[in-house]
Write a protein that binds this ligand. Sequence first.
Ligand SMILES: [Zn+2]
Length: 87
Amino acid sequence: MNMNRSFTVSNESLTRVEYARARMQLIEMRDALAATTHDLERIRRKQVEAALKKMDNGGYGICESCSRPMLKSRLLAMPYVRYCVSC
Ligand SMILES: [Zn+2]
């Protein structure tokens, strides 16, 4: 097994640094949205919390619909994203 293998199964998976950065971003978003009462922001907070849970339990970066790894550029732009481009 490659020592540099990172957290998702794609060749394009996030490096450790990118993964840590995405995690930090998610935590900041979660905190910023903690007290919101706006519906759209509540939905976003749920997505953020779900992404953090996946980082802890595994499955982060995997599309929830087709189970394929998502593009790195997509994850970097939207670390809370749940589905790949095709889905
Ligand atoms: Zn998909």
